[in-house]
Ligand binder design. Structure first.
Ligand code: PMP
Length: 383
């Protein structure tokens, strides 16, 4: 049986074989606890973690000391937002974020609302973009944090991070970005862009699942959400996942070297798929901004077809509607609905996300398959 063509790299990426290779010894012969300061096993692990920390920091143009390893971006978002709120709520309790954030940000904010936080959820324009003015308009003297994702997981829209951070700072607030879908895909310079806290996850950039990081600019204090042995400079206790951390570091190193070429290659393939769908299938349109977006992704609405049937009929490709994290529910994507799509349009929208191992042959095959399936479905529904 032929496996479906994988076009869901935004949900997760396979581990790059080069990443796996450097991870393997850290499960077996080099099994030491990075916090064991009394013997060679511990020192070796500690050194590997230090190297990985440098690799991650380099990709963000941050200082290695600013990187705190977590179990992924969900935890990093929780740590950033809850950690800032707990630390600075004496100054104010107002947080600004977007209604189109990932659930790991939205649900964290909802949690904090139970504890007295006041959260403004901004609605972007129909192309998914937020303007700095929208943020400026809702800044208050008691705003302590502005949290805006770098690139959206469903539509790929890239927000004007630098400008948003400036507005936050001018109002005396910190700026956090969930950069899970941007790290390794876009050049990032934390200091230059004014990012105070940045969340990332290894499994979106060809590293393993269950490891990520929160980068926290020096001088910014946050309250840990995991208490224990005081690891990660007291920001996140728990024995370090050395193989995972080594893998994340290597994934960052590879991304740094290959990002430019990879982005250009994937943009061509994405455009080929997108143009092919729009040109050959009537009543289709792209969701989100066409320029300010990730190069490897397109989110397309196929009007007048049943979304669930469409996904079931596209057996030879692996794509998603909505984000994988909420796909257990049968609700239409809240992100697409915020952009103004009807329930039917949101159900009938598919996210195609390409990646490192996507080939031209796969894209040609996927395009043909999509054209055939949609044509068949429309003929059937017209009968
Ligand atoms: N934020 C965004 C934008 C994401 O796409 C994801 C993964 N779907 C997460 C956070 C959660 O990351 P993790 O799987 O590492 O918890």
């Amino acid at each position: 049986m032929r496996l479906p063509v994988y076009l869901d790299y935004n949900a997760t990426t396979p581990v790059d074989p080069r990443v796996l290779e450097v991870m393997l010894p850290w499960f077996t012969e080099n099994f030491g606890n990075a916090a064991s300061r009394t013997h060679l096993y511990g020192w070796t692990a500690e050194e590997a973690v230090a190297t990985a920390r440098k690799q991650v920091a380099k990709l963000l143009r941050a200082n290695p000391k600013e990187v705190a390893f977590t179990s992924g971006a969900t935890e990093a978002n929780n740590l950033a937002i809850k950690g800032v709120f707990e630390r600075y709520s004496y100054k104010g309790k107002h947080i600004i974020t977007l209604a189109t954030e990932h659930k790991a940000v939205l649900d964290t904010c909802h949690h904090l609302e139970q504890l007295g936080a006041e959260v403004t959820y901004l609605i972007p324009a129909t192309d998914g973009l937020i303007t700095p003015q929208q943020v400026a308009d809702v800044m208050r003297p008691d705003t302590i944090l502005v949290s805006v994702m770098y690139a959206n997981n469903e539509i790929g829209v890239i927000q004007p991070i630098r400008e948003l951070a400036t507005i936050a700072h001018n109002g005396g607030a910190l700026f956090h970005t969930d950069a899970t879908q941007a790290v390794g895909k876009l050049p990032i310079d934390m200091a230059e862009e004014g990012i105070d806290l940045l969340s990332l996850s290894a499994h979106k950039l060809y590293g393993p699942k269950g490891i990520g990081a929160l980068a926290v600019r020096q001088g910014i204090d946050i309250i840990a959400q995991m208490d224990g042995g005081g690891h990660e400079r007291g920001r996140r206790s728990g024995t370090l996942n050395v193989p995972g951390i080594v893998g994340l570091g290597k994934a960052c190193e590879i991304a740094q070297k290959e990002m430019t070429g990879e982005t250009a290659r994937l943009a061509l393939l994405r455009d080929c798929l997108e143009k092919g769908i729009l040109a050959n299938i009537p009543h289709t349109f792209v969701n989100g901004h066409m320029q300010h977006r990730l190069a490897h992704l397109t989110n397309i609405c196929f009007e007048h077809v049943d979304g669930e049937n469409l996904l079931l009929s596209l057996k030879d490709i692996a794509v998603s509607t909505g984000s994988a994290c909420t796909s257990a529910s049968v609700l239409p994507s809240y992100i697409l609905k915020i952009l103004g799509l009807t329930d039917d349009q949101a159900y009938a929208s598919l996210r195609f996300s390409l990646g490192r191992f996507t080939t031209k042959e796969e894209i040609d095959f996927a395009l043909q398959h999509i054209i055939e399936v949609v044509e068949r479905m429309r003929v059937q529904s017209a009968v």
